[in-house]
Design a binder for this molecule. Structure first.
Ligand SMILES: N[C@@H](CCC(=O)N[C@@H](CS)C(=O)NCC(=O)O)C(=O)O
Length: 251
C-alpha cells in the first residue's frame, strides 16, 4: 500500500498523520504545499470539503483531516490499531483525540504563526529541501507574506497568543493527567497520542518554551510520538507572557 501525504511546512496535524503512517508501516511520500495556494489546491483541485491539510491520498481516494485519516488508516490496515477495542478505553481515547484536535491544535497554530511573523529567521528550518518543487531558500523568502495572511486568518493576535501561553500549563496538565491514567503514552501509541503529541512536539521547537515543558510527561509523549520535528526557533515570546508557564514550572 502506497500513500501520499499532503501537508504544509511546520504543520502539526500533518506530523500527527506522519507518525500514524510510520506506526502502520505504510509507505508514503510527503508533499508540502505552498501556504494559501494549498487552499485552492485542496478545495478546488482535490474537491475536498475543507481547505486544510493534512490530506492523505491512499487506496484510490483522498481523505482529509487528521481524525478522519486515523480512522481510515485503521480501516485499511487494522494492525497495529490506532484505537483500543475495549469500549471504555475507546471513549477515553476518542475524547483525548477530540480535545487535541478541537482545543489544543489551534492555540498552538496561533502561537507558531505569531512567532514566525515576529522573527522570520527560523522559517527555513521548518521547511524541507523543497516546497512544491520550490527550493526552501526561495520559499523562506516568500514565506513572510503567507505568514502575515495566516496570522490574520487564524486571528493570531498578541492578545490571543498571550492568553494561549497563560493557558498552556493547564493544557499540559490535562495531558499529564491522561498519561497518568493510561489513556495516553501507554504501551502502544494510539490516535490521541499522535494528535496531542504532535502539537506538544511543535511547542518543543521553540527555544523559550522547551525548557518550561522539558521533563513533563507530556514532553516524553511528544518526543515518543514524533521523534523528529523539523524546526528550531530562538526565543521570541515576551518574557511577561511566559511568566504563568515559568512560575508553574517552578522557575
Ligand atoms: N483540524 C484539522 C485542520 C488542520 C488545519 O487547520 N491545518 C492547517 C495547517 S496546520 C491548514 O491547512 N491551514 C491552511 C490554511 O488555513 O490556509 C485537522 O486536524 O486536520
Amino acid at each position: 500500500m502506497k500513500a501520499r501525504l499532503y501537508g504544509l511546512p511546520g504543520s502539526h496535524p500533518t506530523m500527527a498523520v506522519r507518525g500514524m503512517l510510520e506506526l502502520k508501516g505504510v509507505e508514503f511520500r510527503r508533499v508540502d504545499l505552498v501556504p494559501f495556494l494549498s487552499r485552492v489546491i485542496v478545495r478546488r483541485g482535490m474537491r475536498l470539503p475543507q481547505n486544510t491539510v493534512p490530506v492523505l491520498a491512499i487506496d484510490g481516494r483522498r481523505v482529509q483531516g487528521s481524525r478522519e485519516i486515523a480512522r481510515e488508516l485503521d480501516r485499511l490496515r487494522p494492525e497495529p490499531p490506532l484505537f483500543p477495542a475495549d469500549p471504555e478505553r475507546r471513549l477515553a481515547v476518542d475524547e483525548a483525540e477530540r480535545w487535541g484536535e478541537e482545543e489544543l491544535q489551534h492555540p498552538i497554530r496561533q502561537l507558531s504563526l505569531w512567532a514566525m511573523r515576529a522573527n522570520r529567521a527560523p522559517i527555513h528550518s521548518y521547511m524541507g529541501s523543497t516546497v512544491m518543487g520550490v527550493p526552501a531558500a526561495i520559499g523562506a523568502r516568500l514565506a513572510p507574506a503567507f505568514i502575515a495572511r495566516g496570522v490574520r486568518l487564524n486571528e493570531a493576535t498578541d492578545e490571543a497568543v498571550r492568553e494561549n501561553l497563560a493557558a498552556l500549563d493547564s493544557a499540559l496538565g490535562r495531558i499529564d493527567g491522561w498519561i497518568a491514567d493510561g489513556v495516553l503514552d501507554g504501551e502502544e501509541l494510539n490516535a490521541a497520542d499522535f494528535q496531542v503529541g504532535a502539537s506538544v512536539r511543535l511547542l518543543l521547537t521553540f527555544q523559550d518554551l522547551r525548557p518550561l515543558i522539558e521533563g513533563r510527561p507530556a514532553c516524553h509523549l511528544a518526543r515518543r510520538a514524533v521523534p523528529d520535528y523539523r524546526g528550531d526557533a530562538p526565543p521570541v515570546f515576551p518574557p511577561a507572557w511566559l511568566e504563568p508557564l515559568r512560575s508553574a514550572a517552578g522557575g
